[in-house]
Design a protein around this ligand. Structure first.
Ligand code: FE
Length: 338
């Protein structure tokens, strides 16, 4: 018997939700699913009486699904990771502009666009094997292209949104040509062809299969907080650098979301976005994935994250950052960063 595709199964579930006439609901399409999310959503329902129907899936699948559902999509709010993915949804015309004084006040200007908002931030850091690399040699993204590091660099695919967003930032700061030269130098330094995710690179650096890589902070922190002693031991061999502290700052990416143009429950959608920017929700949202809150002045107690220390972030606007990802892909293709 052919298996029922999960997406079809989920469609049935949406239709099967019993909705009482007086009950308010919000249909949330989320590519985030962490332990703290249960409390996050339960508190919203407690505060507003609005029940949340959650559709969870992988980032690209959810976006595809919203596109396929078209005008009939039950989705009110779409939450995903990476500015490039949010920009992609925006470019497809899926988001509706949200005018909210509260969101404007709470979320710093560089972390929002008229259509979507960042709710947490993560940094893309350089990690290195302490026994194999002098940290003085890996203080900037540019350094990873230095022939000094020949055969020492491993990194995930150049086509992955995390690297495309970094490439987009570099294009903004260095220009297209210099970014291409950088990517060529990076590729020339590869210890191996790109494979795996950020966590695989961290493990490879710890094991000495390569000596230096790039990773989002939450992957670093996840291994630092791991219940497995072997993971924590591996992290002892790793040094973390905040890149480009003397120039434009460390590249920041985000997770965030927006209200869909076709949202059947627009009022509830805006309420939910505003709720996500609140102190308590921000703490849950950020801590669920070892990230920093996007809203001003929110504190999170996460010792492993704090252990990484303070740094100067790149303050490039997330909307601007996302705009150059298509160009970044072309540049990386030309440089042979597959
Ligand atoms: Fe990730």
């Amino acid at each position: 018997m052919p298996l029922i595709k999960p997406s079809i199964l989920l469609s049935f579930l949406v239709l099967a939700w019993p909705v009482r006439a007086e009950e308010q609901v919000l249909n949330l399409y989320s590519a985030r699913h962490y332990q703290t999310d249960e409390a996050l959503y339960a508190n919203f329902t407690r505060q507003t009486g609005i029940r949340i129907n959650r559709i969870e899936g992988k980032e690209d699948e959810l976006l595809e699904r919203i596109r396929n559902e078209g005008a009939n999509s039950p989705a009110d709010v779409f939450i995903t990771v990476d500015a490039a993915r949010l920009a992609q949804a925006d470019a497809l015309g899926l988001f509706a502009p949200v005018k909210s004084k509260l969101l404007q006040e709470r979320i710093p200007e560089n972390l929002r666009t008229p259509d979507w908002f960042a709710f947490s931030t993560r940094a893309r850091v350089i990690i290195y094997n302490k026994a194999m690399v002098d940290p003085a040699d890996v203080q900037n993204y540019e350094d990873l292209a230095n022939p000094k590091l020949k055969g020492k660099v491993c990194v995930r695919s150049g086509g992955h949104p995390y690297n495309l967003s970094l490439g987009s930032a570099l294009i903004q700061h260095l220009g297209e040509q210099k970014t291409e030269e950088w990517a060529k130098g990076l590729v020339a330094n590869f210890a191996r062809d790109p494979k795996g995710g950020d966590t695989d690179q961290i493990r490879s650096v710890a094991a000495g299969e390569c000596a230096v890589s790039i990773s989002n902070t939450y992957y670093v922190v996840r291994l630092m907080r791991s219940e497995k002693a072997a993971d924590r031991k591996a992290m002892d061999r790793i040094g973390v650098v905040w890149p480009n502290q003397k120039s434009f700052g460390t590249h920041i990416n985000i997770s965030g979301g927006g209200m869909l143009k076709t949202a059947p429950h627009k009022e509830a959608a805006v309420k939910f976005l505003e709720y996500l920017a609140g102190d308590e929700a921000q703490a849950y949202f950020a801590d669920g994935n070892n990230e920093w809150p996007a809203a001003r002045g929110v504190k999170v107690r996460n010792p492993a994250l704090e252990a990484l220390g303070q740094f100067k972030p790149d303050v490039l606007n997330v909307g601007l950052l996302a705009k150059n990802t298509a160009l970044a892909q072309k540049v990386f293709d030309r440089a042979g960063w597959r």
